[in-house]
Design a protein. Structure first.
Length: 419
C-alpha cells in the first residue's frame, strides 16, 4: 500500500483497522534489526524479555511519573529500579538516584548538578568549564551548550584512553567537572577511573562516570572473569554515575539512571519554582511529565532477567564477539581495536589496502547497515543480543567484501556519522 504523506490533521478520524494496515506497511520498511544487520540503535535480547517489557509498559501506559504523589505503586517501582542500580554500582549508604529518559538526560543532569554544586559549594563564578577526554559522548557538549559551560576535550593517550596528565593540564579555577566513559562508544575502551577520581579529588572538582553504554554489561562481564577496569562508586572521587537501562538493560526506550554518591547533592540537581499561579513545581529531572510505562518496563526487564539473565546475555554477546574478532583478525590487513574490553566491535584496515571504505560499501551492498567511525577510520558495531548468531554470515560477507574491495575502488567516501 502506497499512501501520500499527510500534511494536516484529518477532519475525521479513521478506524484503527485502516490505521493499523498503514502502520504495518510503514513498519515493514524499517531497518531489519532482527537479522542483526544494524550497527546500533536497537538493543534486543529475546521475545520473552520483550513480552514482559511490553506488557509492563502497556499496564502503565496512562500514568505519569510527574505525579508520584498519586501513583504510589509507580513510585515504588521507580525507587526499586534506582535501588537496584545503586547496589549494582556499589554505591555507599546515603547515595541517591533518578530515573531519566536516557543517556542524554542523565549526562545533562551530571553537567547541571556539577555546575550548581561548584557554584554553591566551591564558590565558582563566571563561565565554568568541563574537562573531558576526546572520546566522551557528544551529549556532554549538548548539555554544556544549553547550560552555557565551555567543554575542553583533551586528546587521548595511547590505546584510546583518557590522557589524565593532559586533562590535569586543562583544569583551571573555573573547571567544575571532569568525566570518563565506561566504555566510550567509539573505541569501546574504559578510561582509567582511579586516576580520574584522584585527579578530581586533587582539584576539588566533580567526577562523572559515564557508564551509559557499559553499565548493564560491565558488572556481569566482570563476574564472568573479564578484566574490567574499576569504574563504579568503589572509585574514590566518583561523584555521579549514569547507566542506561534502554541499552543493555533491554528495557523500553526512555530509561536511564543518574546516580549520586550522596543524597544531599540532589539539592543541586533539583529545580523548583513557585513563581506562577499554581504554587510549587519541583522536579529532579529535565522532563516534566514522564512516561510511567518506561519505568514499569525497566522494572520488568530487571526483574525478568535478574543478575543471572544479564550475565548469560553478556556471555552470549562476548562469545559472538570472540567469533567475529577471530574471523576479522585472520584477514590480512584488518585490525580489531582493543578486542577484549567491551561489547563494541571496531576494526580498521592497514591503509591503503584493503580500503576500509570499499569494504564498507561492499558490505552495504550485501545488506549490512555499516557504522563508520572517523578516528580511526573504521567499521563499528555496538554488539548486543540482536547480533548473537551473525558471525558466520557476517564473516562470509566480509570475505566477499574484501575480494570485491581489491577489484572495485570505493566510490565517494561516505561521511562517518552516528545517526
Ligand atoms: C557512552 C555513552 N554516553 C551517552 C550516550 C547517550 O545515550 P542516549 O542516546 O540514550 O541519550 C551514549 C549513547 O550511545 C553512550 O554510548
Amino acid at each position: 500500500m502506497k499512501t501520500k504523506p499527510m500534511t494536516s490533521l484529518p477532519e475525521r478520524g479513521r478506524p484503527w483497522a485502516e490505521l493499523r494496515a498503514e502502520l504495518e506497511a510503514l513498519h515493514a520498511g524499517e531497518g531489519d534489526w532482527r537479522g542483526g544487520r544494524l550497527p546500533a540503535f536497537v538493543f534486543h535480547l529475546d521475545e520473552a524479555t520483550d513480552h514482559a517489557v511490553r506488557e509492563a509498559y502497556a499496564m502503565y501506559f496512562s500514568e505519569n511519573g510527574l505525579g508520584m504523589r498519586v501513583f504510589p505503586g509507580l513510585a515504588r517501582l521507580e525507587s526499586e529500579v534506582i535501588a537496584m542500580g545503586l547496589a549494582l554500582f556499589n554505591a555507599p549508604a546515603g547515595a541517591a538516584g533518578s530515573f531519566t529518559s536516557g543517556g542524554t538526560e542523565s549526562l545533562f543532569l551530571a553537567v547541571k548538578t556539577a555546575r550548581d554544586w561548584f557554584r554553591a559549594e566551591r564558590g565558582g563564578t563566571g563561565r565554568l568549564n568541563a574537562v573531558l577526554p576526546y572520546s566522551a559522548h557528544p551529549a556532554f557538549d549538548k548539555a554544556a551548550h544549553y547550560l552555557d559551560l565551555e567543554i575542553r576535550r583533551v586528546p587521548l593517550a595511547a590505546g584510546f584512553r583518557a590522557d589524565v596528565a593532559a586533562m590535569e593540564g586543562a583544569i583551571d579555577a573555573s573547571t567544575c567537572l571532569i568525566a570518563g566513559s565506561a566504555p566510550g562508544y567509539t573505541h569501546g575502551c574504559f578510561d582509567s577511573f582511579e586516576e580520574l577520581g584522584a585527579l578530581a579529588q586533587r582539584h576539588g572538582v566533580w567526577m562523572h562516570v559515564d557508564a551509559c553504554f557499559g553499565g548493564l554489561t560491565a558488572p556481569f562481564a566482570r563476574d564472568l572473569g573479564e578484566p574490567i577496569t574499576k569504574f563504579d562508586f568503589t572509585v574514590p572521587g566518583a561523584t555521579s554515575l549514569s547507566a542506561d537501562l534502554h541499552k543493555y538493560g533491554y528495557a523500553a526506550k526512555g530509561a536511564s539512571l543518574f546516580l549520586l554518591r550522596e543524597e544531599r547533592l540532589k539539592s543541586h540537581q533539583r529545580f523548583s519554582s513557585s513563581n506562577w499561579p499554581h504554587g510549587t513545581y519541583a522536579t529532579d529531572t529535565f522532563s516534566g511529565s514522564r512516561p510511567a510505562g518506561a519505568i514499569a518496563a525497566a522494572w520488568a526487564a530487571l526483574n525478568s532477567l535478574g543478575a543471572a539473565g544479564y550475565r548469560e546475555a553478556v556471555r552470549r554477546v562476548l562469545d559472538e564477539k570472540r567469533r567475529l574478532v577471530a574471523g576479522i583478525e585472520a584477514i590480512p590487513g584488518l585490525t580489531v581495536v582493543r578486542p577484549s574490553e567491551s561489547t563494541i566491535l571496531l576494526y580498521t584496515s592497514a591503509q591503503p589496502a584493503p580500503d576500509i571504505e570499499a569494504i564498507a560499501q561492499s558490505l552495504s551492498r550485501r545488506g549490512w547497515v555499516v557504522g563508520r567511525t572517523k578516528e580511526p577510520r573504521g567499521i563499528h558495531i555496538a554488539l548486543n543480543g540482536v547480533h548473537v548468531g551473525i558471525a558466520e554470515r557476517y564473516l562470509a560477507d566480509l570475505a566477499a567484501a574484501i575480494r570485491e574491495a581489491g577489484e572495485t575502488p570505493a566510490s565517494q567516501r561516505a561521511e562517518a556519522r552516528y545517526n
